[in-house]
Write a protein that binds this ligand. Structure first.
Ligand SMILES: [Zn+2]
Ligand SMILES: [Zn+2]
Length: 182
């Protein structure tokens, strides 16, 4: 079976991008006729997977997952950060950052693409073997790999906290002025 017909990223992304090795092993065995050795060789692709608790000191090539090992889906695919990109040599996805982070309030007026499977994006996804992920699975994978997106969501959280504090401050000022007025 070819590298892409065994869709481990798909299995991982359905489980929020991360699985215990034993769980993944079971899921793979249910679907594919793959020896343990082949599965390990597969997971040895460090551009696509991170195996934690990996004890590769036994001299055998590839990961040697222990009982507590987890397998995390990894990708080098990122969102394009350019404001205006003609896309010709661009190897990054053209997608709205807010859409990937959960929701974009700009709807049809948004100047960034909401088309996950545009021809530009499809080429990149196919090259990376990610073409079979559905939209939520792909977003999950991007969110856990793209620091730029992470910074975006941290920024969202910080602005949210600041605005809550500001409203609280206004309420306190309001209360105080009421009490002073009495
Ligand atoms: Zn671009
Ligand atoms: Zn948008």
């Amino acid at each position: 079976e070819s590298r892409y017909s065994i869709n481990i990223p798909h299995l991982l992304c359905r489980s929020r991008g991360c699985m215990e090795y034993s769980e993944l092993h079971r899921a793979v065995r249910q679907r594919y006729s793959l020896s343990d050795q082949d599965l390990l060789a597969f997971l040895g692709d460090t551009s696509r997977f991170i195996v934690t608790g990996d004890s590769s000191q036994s001299g055998v090539a590839g990961p040697q997952p222990g009982a507590a090992s987890r397998v995390i889906a990894k990708t080098s695919v990122r969102l394009c950060q350019m404001h205006e990109c003609d896309g010709r040599a661009c190897q990054n996805l053209h997608l709205c950052k807010y859409l990937v982070c959960g929701q974009c309030g700009r709807g049809k007026k948004c100047k960034y693409s909401h088309k996950v499977h545009s021809s530009h994006n499809s080429n990149i996804l196919t090259e990376e073997g990610l073409q079979d992920l559905d939209q939520l699975e792909l977003f999950q994978l991007l969110l856990q790999n793209d620091n730029w997106l992470l910074e975006g969501s941290v920024y969202c959280i910080v602005t949210c906290i600041v605005s809550v504090l500001f409203v609280f401050f206004l309420m306190v000022v309001d209360l105080l002025s009421l009490q002073l007025g009495q």
